[in-house]
Design a protein around this ligand. Structure first.
Ligand SMILES: O=P(O)(O)OC[C@H]1O[C@H](OP(=O)(O)OP(=O)(O)O)[C@H](O)[C@@H]1O
Ligand SMILES: O=c1cc[nH]c(=O)[nH]1
Ligand SMILES: [Mg+2]
Length: 208
């Protein structure tokens, strides 16, 4: 499945601010929510519409509203939560799920500590948010959790992606489209994206 890089100038500008180590938690959170909202504009381009008629103050107008499968936004905790907070403003009727994962600092393998998903997740179009696609271990595990609950239509939204993470998700979940704002160079020896933006969760919550 394809990788869509949403490199709109507004996104690139905000991404530069996100990468900058001088950007503090408050601005970082707001920027991450804004970039996610802008990325959603592209990730949701193929949502189905139905034609309706509405009466304006002047005349009847042909108009279009969302139809088809309902939506679910699923955040990979912690950092994916801020992405959902941005996107849900665009699609307030979407249900929201949470998957708690952290990367073991030694093995870099994901450790699962929480999962709460909408019961009808199998009937919904799912947008999974994980801002950093590094080794791809967390995203691949979250995608498997969603599929084990019956989800069949999933897009992964990551603000930054490393080639290694893209390769892993494409290998393990070839049906899942990846939507990202940039594909960076590589991972360093600690599994961080280079040049990246550092530890997204720590920068959002000020935990380091
Ligand atoms: O592709 P991977 O190699 O799995 O790395 C990506 C994951 O790492 C970060 O989470 P982290 O483990 O730091 O947890 P946190 O969000 O709670 O800080 C990030 O938010 C991703 O979920
Ligand atoms: O660069 C990285 C890699 C994993 N998780 C992060 O938050 N940042
Ligand atoms: Mg972290």
């Amino acid at each position: 499945m394809k990788v869509t890089v949403v490199d709109h100038p507004l996104i690139q500008h905000k991404l530069a601010l996100l990468r900058d180590e001088r950007t503090g938690s408050k601005d970082f959170r707001e920027l991450m929510a804004e970039v996610s909202m802008l990325m959603a504009y592209e990730a949701m381009r193929d949502l189905e519409l139905e034609e309706i008629t509405v009466k304006t103050p002047v005349a009847y107008a042909r108009a279009y509203t969302l139809s088809g499968k309902k939506l679910a936004l699923v955040a990979v905790l912690r950092a994916g939560l801020v992405m959902v907070e941005g996107i849900v403003r665009l699609v307030p009727a979407a249900k929201v799920g949470h998957i708690g994962l952290y990367r073991d600092p030694e093995s870099l393998a994901p450790v699962e500590y929480y999962a709460k998903l909408p019961q009808d997740i199998h009937e919904r179009r799912v947008f999974l948010t994980d801002p950093m696609l590094a080794t791809g271990g967390s995203a691949a595990r979250a995608l498997q959790i969603l599929k084990d609950k019956g989800a069949t239509s999933i897009k992964l939204m990551s603000i930054l992606a490393a080639p290694e993470g893209i390769e892993r998700v494409q290998r393990e979940h070839p049906d899942v489209e990846i939507v990202t704002a940039a594909v960076d160079e590589r991972l360093n020896e600690k599994g961080y994206i280079v040049p990246g933006l550092g530890d997204a969760g720590d920068r959002i919550y000020g935990t380091k």
